[in-house]
Write a protein that binds this ligand. Structure first.
Ligand code: SF4
Ligand code: SF4
Length: 187
């Protein structure tokens, strides 16, 4: 018998600090799917994602946009009759997807999340002009020009710093982040 954890075990391990019951407690009642405001845009509903994890369908789960479309509204979590923290499952799948470098093509979420973490590691703070590069070119030239105009106005009003801010004692933060996020460390 293999010592390697199954896909479900890996997701459960990523959920170890979350509240809620194990995924095996899912009744497949569909409350999460029925209550999710973005379910119509998902490749698979939250209910089906739980079932797919329980069946070990790793590649099929990672090929879905479901967890990247999750708006973290927690409606599913508070309504689940089995007390499963489904919103945290979605977060766990995002972390797992970045960790494995495996996700559906053409999504903004993975590049945005990766750019965000790298910016935090580099500066200690978020910096909007760098974050914007992860999605700015995805919506066409008009959207790019609109965003650039908004950013320029915000910079002129001092709402976005022209130069990236940098926190003190950045090394301490990097050490903490590198211990909890398996993204290959600072870039
Ligand atoms: S609401 Fe809870 S029990 Fe019902 S399908 Fe969703 S995860 Fe399973
Ligand atoms: S937390 Fe995510 S999966 Fe749950 S209802 Fe909200 S958008 Fe849907």
């Amino acid at each position: 018998m293999s010592d390697r954890p199954s896909f479900r075990d890996e997701i459960v391990n990523l959920l170890h600090s979350a509240h809620g019951n194990p995924l095996t407690h899912c009744l497949q009642c569909g409350t999460c799917a029925g209550t999710c405001p973005v379910a119509p845009f998902m490749d698979q509903t939250p209910r089906r994602i739980i079932a797919m994890i329980n069946r070990g369908l790793k590649d099929q789960v990672l090929a879905c946009n479901t967890y990247w479309y999750c708006a973290s509204c927690y409606q599913c979590t508070v309504r689940c009759p089995s007390d499963i923290d489904i919103a945290q499952v979605m977060y766990a799948l995002k972390r797992y997807s970045l960790w494995k470098g495996q996700h559906k093509e053409g999504l903004i979420g993975p590049a945005f999340a990766e750019t965000f973490v790298k910016t935090i590691l580099r500066l200690g703070r978020s910096y909007e002009p760098v974050l914007a590069t992860s999605y700015l070119f995805s919506f066409g030239i008009q959207a790019f020009l609109d965003e650039a105009q908004t950013a320029t106005s915000l910079m002129l009003k001092g709402r976005i710093p022209v130069l990236p801010p940098r926190i003190k004692r950045l090394e301490n933060l990097r050490r903490v982040v590198n211990r909890i996020i398996p993204m290959g460390g600072e870039t």
